[in-house]
Design a binder for this molecule. Structure first.
Ligand SMILES: [Fe+2]
Length: 365
């Protein structure tokens, strides 16, 4: 996106996966991963999964999209979800889904153990697919106290919309003391400035793609995206922006004044980094850091498998409102130890396609 200054160089945030004899991330590798996660709020782990394992994840994503009775998530942009510009689905606790989640958690056990206690809840397991015609999310942070995982089950090109991060914006004890105690103000101003640029981008992009996207953006969708009459914190969403009712994006006179006053400090302190992970890569991030899901500017869908694990206790309403647990996960909660102690991890046998087919949408744990 030309109007946002984004870096695509993610080398300093990457730690290539190395495994011990049990197939888990080594202690040396864990140390490097935690250092980056603590410093920047997110880390990219290439080659955590083999091509075959990534393919098995892609099949889970595609099977979920093909299920006409699937639940739909309420996060991202609700308008995008309603018009199928994004397909974000909480996954049911079926055997293939739990086996896949088990494999990921067991492989990352040493890292997860640094952030999440064994009794902490798995808040959601989901798929995140975005298509050409989706909107660019506003930069926001998710409810705090959660570790999130995005799994690239297929290659994600820069134009397909890998996640955008603002390094170093996560919360920790004393974080407010950074930059002579001005970090909260600077962060707020940077978020507002970036979101104003995203607003401009979404407006021009909506006009540009309205006829070329398939299916085309007709009048009803165009107006809904422009004004977001139904609840939506993303999209151009002019009505909620003007009324000051957008929870992730507001801009008042004092903000504008302060942006100009602190222009140099804002731009020297923060930057945007856009990921474009190869298949088999896993991204971990602290939920409270600033981030956004970009639009997909290519004709190829972008696929992610995702999980969120609580780092602390969570109020039930916050769990339901802030995340998208499937009904099966709500009725039968799963803790991290349930996955770490499970013997249901993916096996080579499971990775054969006939075996997967016999599992899909069958038994629940
Ligand atoms: Fe988010």
């Amino acid at each position: 996106m030309a109007i946002l200054d984004v870096s695509y160089n993610t080398q300093e945030f990457e730690v290539r996966a190395e495994f011990d004899e049990k197939g888990r991330i080594t202690h040396t590798c864990t140390k490097k991963i935690c250092e980056i996660l603590d410093k920047s709020g997110f880390v990219i782990i290439p080659h955590l999964l083999s091509d075959q394992e990534a393919k098995a994840g892609l099949k889970i994503v595609n099977d979920s999209i093909a299920d006409p009775n699937r639940e739909m998530s309420s996060f991202a942009s609700q308008t995008d979800i309603r018009y199928r510009r994004r397909d974000f689905c909480p996954l049911p606790s079926t055997k293939p889904v739990i086996s896949y989640a088990t494999m990921l958690c067991q492989r990352l056990e040493n890292v997860l153990g640094e952030y999440c206690g064994r009794t902490r809840q798995v808040l959601e397991i989901s798929t995140m697919t975005s298509y050409f015609g989706s909107s660019h999310q506003y930069i926001h942070s998710d409810p705090e106290g959660v570790l999130c995982m995005f799994v690239a089950v297929d290659n994600v090109s820069p134009t397909q919309g890998g996640t955008l991060f603002v390094p170093g914006t996560h919360k920790f004890s004393g974080a407010d003391m950074q930059y002579n105690g001005k970090v909260s103000l600077l962060m707020h101003l940077y978020q507002a400035l970036s979101n104003f640029r995203i607003l401009r981008y979404n407006l021009t992009n909506l006009w540009r793609i309205r006829k070329v996207v398939k299916p085309p953006i007709l009048r009803k969708e165009f107006i809904e995206r422009l004004f977001s009459r139904c609840f939506d914190n993303h999209q151009p969403n002019l009505a909620r922006f003007i009324l000051g009712k957008n929870a992730v994006f507001s801009l008042n006179f004092f903000d504008i004044f302060n942006i100009f006053r602190n222009w140099k400090a804002i731009n020297e302190t923060f930057r945007l980094v856009k990921t474009s992970p190869e298949k088999g890569t896993v991204i971990l991030y602290r939920s409270d850091m600033l981030h956004a899901g970009p639009d997909n500017q290519s004709q190829s869908p972008r696929f992610f498998f995702g999980m969120s694990i609580a780092r602390d206790i969570i109020f039930p309403k916050q769990w339901r409102d802030g995340y998208s647990p499937h009904a099966s996960l709500l009725s039968q909660p799963i803790s991290l130890s349930d996955l770490l102690d499970s013997h249901e991890s993916v096996t080579n046998d499971y990775l054969s396609s006939e075996h997967q087919q016999s599992f899909m949408f069958e038994s629940r744990i």
